[in-house]
Ligand binder design. Structure first.
Ligand SMILES: Nc1ncnc2c1ncn2[C@@H]1O[C@H](COP(=O)(O)OP(=O)(O)OP(=O)(O)O)[C@@H](O)[C@H]1O
Ligand SMILES: [Mg+2]
Length: 261
């Protein structure tokens, strides 16, 4: 069966996209899934966490988007998964992309070789991000419990429900949202959270996105893990965030196995 292609995206910066890709990749690896991770974000945060020692940046996604090289030549093998690196000249790239389907077409060449393709995106809505979303069957959208984050999800829903998007990406299945930094600190906070979560639920019914039942607690171990270039399981297997990320990964696997239901 061809790989399921999953993008992490939220137009709000710092929502938890890179942390998501890092930790679900880490847990999916333990399930013997063949995984390709693609970084499209010029910030390169993913490597800061995942592979500081051995990633090299040439050739990169840049060469795929410019159609200069076969995708197979860009894939690097790392610890238990494969990787396509971003490049640092993406400002140039974004202004010169003339085929938004270059990534989608390249991924079709290798889709049979993987179970899962995970794409980390920048929060900026650039042609590169658009190319990446057009290649994906699923979009996972981490959210802080704020109305600003909900607005960013609604912008995303407007995009995926547009005719242009559906025409180019007829295999798109759905958007799944989860709370990536859930703060249980105070009673007052929990009252605020509850009313914002109610807004998310109402909008999810209107616009048709899923809200996963697992939330990731706001937890200093998540921050500390990335500062140590580790995923949460390597850093502190018994952390509440590690337990939550395992549970979320299992929910995500069910979501994609059910075709986005
Ligand atoms: N559950 C959590 N608890 C505490 N800190 C967290 C949690 N999730 C993420 N963070 C921290 O929040 C910051 C932003 O997370 P991350 O880099 O994953 O966001 P992003 O959406 O990829 O950001 P960008 O939009 O810049 O790409 C990081 O420092 C990360 O360690
Ligand atoms: Mg990021």
């Amino acid at each position: 069966m061809p790989a399921k292609i999953i993008s992490a995206f939220n137009g709000k910066g710092g929502a938890g996209k890179t942390t998501l890709v890092t930790n679900i990749n880490a847990h999916m690896k333990t399930k013997e899934l063949k995984i390709l991770v693609i970084d499209t974000d010029p910030q390169r945060n993913l490597y800061g966490i995942n592979a500081p020692d051995f990633v090299h940046y040439e050739p990169s996604l840049f060469n795929i988007m410019k159609k200069e090289i076969s995708i197979k030549k860009v894939i690097q093998q790392t610890d238990g998964y494969h990787l396509i690196p971003t490049s640092d000249n993406q400002n140039d790239l974004n202004t010169s992309i003339n085929d938004l389907t270059a990534l989608k077409n390249s991924l079709e060449e290798i889709q049979d070789e993987y179970d899962i393709i995970l794409i980390d995106n920048s929060p900026a809505f650039t042609p590169l991000t658009y190319s990446s979303l057009l290649s994906s069957q699923y979009i996972l959208s981490p959210c802080q419990v704020t109305n600003e984050c909900l607005d960013a999800v609604l912008d995303l829903m407007a995009l995926v429900n547009s005719d242009d998007f559906k025409n180019i990406n007829p295999n798109f299945k759905g958007v799944g949202v989860f709370f990536s930094q859930y703060n249980l600190a105070s009673k007052r906070q929990s009252i605020i959270n509850r009313s914002i979560v109610d807004n998310f639920r109402r909008m999810s019914r209107i616009f048709g996105f899923k809200i996963f039942s697992t939330s990731i607690p706001k937890n200093v171990d998540v921050n500390a893990a990335s500062a140590h270039h580790k995923d949460i399981f390597q850093y502190k297997e018994k952390s509440p965030a590690a337990t939550a990320y395992k549970q979320l990964t299992d929910e995500i696997i069910t979501f994609i196995n059910m075709g986005g239901e």
